[in-house]
Design a protein around this ligand. Sequence first.
Ligand code: PLP
Length: 230
Amino acid sequence: MLTPALHAVVQRLQNAARQSGRPAPTLLAVGKRQPAAAIAALAAAGQHAFGENYVQEAVAKQAELASDPRAAGLEWHLIGHLQSNKATLAAQAFDWVQTVDRAKLVPLLAAARPADRPPLNVLLQVNIDDETSKHGCAPGDVAALADAVASQPRLRLRGLMAIPAPLPDMDRRRDAFRRMKALFDAQAARFASIDTLSMGMSEDFELAIAEGATMVRVGTALFGERPARG
Ligand SMILES: *Cc1c(COP(=O)(O)O)cnc(C)c1O
């Protein structure tokens, strides 16, 4: 049974896809600062992919959920900034890292990916509105970073991710999504493994879908407001 919030988000997502004539994107449920129990409840309702912002928080939740049959076989995505000293743990704890934004991370992740696991799925985080956010590579650096990831057998280059500035002007957000789609298409033409464009959150995922997102990252609309930090 879908929870009411999951049902509502899936409806919105399918409507947006239908209206723009695109396939429905993958829904990534963003569980940052939500308790493990909330993730288990959503997993029981059929949600498969979960995003976390902090490596340690994800590892703690995975440990809590380890004996919970509702959470068996979930797919974990890192969507928060990755510090180099957390790369080893990230390569072990996640199925996807969406925030690779500098060459230094590439050999660290590749070396740490356990041999008994499939290659780590990687998205390159792009700083598409460069004046406002501090993480992500410059659009002009995407091709070289893509080459670096693609050269590593223990990594699988799947595409691009962005967190455009949360501008009140929706036309400007749309423009950022459009520029991401153009970057994505250029890299997808170079690498057959590329199939994922991760963009759009609770407030604007319909717009992102209209511009070609294949994965949307949704927290608040699924879980409600996040508990305060600490
Ligand atoms: C928190 C977060 C989201 C989800 O944001 P909501 O507005 O709660 O849907 C998506 N992506 C990233 C990178 C986030 O940090």
